[in-house]
Design a protein around this ligand. Structure first.
Ligand SMILES: [Zn+2]
Length: 261
């Protein structure tokens, strides 16, 4: 099956996900109420659309936003796609409110608002989440990466830390979460109740797990169940409904297992 075909959500998938959202209590107010009947008897009665044949779902426009512009919430940053300019810095950074934040790092405004909702929803489900890391500027990433190289060597550091100018954290759209448990920045976080909840519900708030298990050869990074990337609700939902795990696959980009040089 072609990727394009996979992107056409089936009606069953739409209804299934819709039902799931309703059960989870996170559905947007999509069931529009009909306008109240006008009081005046002379006013024409509102026309009622026939509901027997549902409108076909419009196909997703994968070119609606740029994947190259670092200011786009769809920007794809990986080892073959450095941010341009390399020292890009967003101009709408804000500190997420009502979320414990280890280093007090900000996020771009839409990502900050989304993570507030995600953490609140997790709280209602019994999972106390906090932010370990969010926006890191070029200089901070340079210091981090250099420290890892000094400690573990360049080859090892490249498997878990992005070089400056290649980090999603530099976009202001990536956030690392934790549950105060024993799997701080560890793969076992994905097996904790909090990690499992994130895997199931992140997309409802516009996030994807950017480095899924088993996709190292595509994303260039080992499994990071704690690292969420904000892409907006439309794209996150589309990736979820089509079962597409990585941005590289969704946008038909080449795998990026390593740096070009
Ligand atoms: Zn991260």
């Amino acid at each position: 099956m072609s990727l394009r075909a996979l992107r056409q959500p089936t009606l069953a998938a739409i209804l299934g996900v819709g039902a799931l959202l309703l059960v989870a209590g996170c559905a947007p107010a999509s069931t529009a109420q009909p306008a109240p009947a006008p009081e005046s008897p002379t006013a024409p009665a509102p026309t009622v659309e026939p509901t027997a044949e549902p409108e076909p779902e419009p196909s997703f426009d994968a070119s609606a936003r740029s994947i190259d512009d670092p200011d786009s919430i769809w920007v794809v940053s990986n080892k073959l796609r450095p941010l341009d300019p390399a020292d890009f810095a967003p101009d709408d950074l804000v500190i997420p409110e009502n979320v414990e934040n280890e280093w007090g790092q900000p996020l771009r405004r839409p990502a900050a608002r989304a993570v507030e909702k995600l953490v609140a929803a997790a709280e209602r489900a019994g999972h106390g989440l906090w932010i370990i890391s969010a926006y890191r500027d070029y200089g901070t990433q340079q210091s981090l990466y250099d420290g890892y190289v000094a400690r573990d060597g360049r080859d090892a550091a490249d498997t878990y830390s992005a070089r400056p100018g290649h980090s999603e954290h530099q976009t202001g759209l990536a956030v690392d979460l934790d549950d105060h448990g024993d799997c701080y920045l560890a793969a076992c976080f994905g097996e904790t109740p909090a990690g499992a909840w994130i895997a199931e519900h992140a997309q409802e708030h516009g996030f994807v797990i950017r480095y899924p298990e088993g996709s190292e050869e595509i994303t260039g990074f080992t499994y990071e169940p704690w690292h969420l990337r904000y892409v907006g609700e439309d794209l996150a939902r589309e990736m979820h409904e089509t079962g597409t795990e990585t941005l590289e696959e969704f946008f038909d980009l080449p795998p990026a297992p390593g740096y070009a040089e």
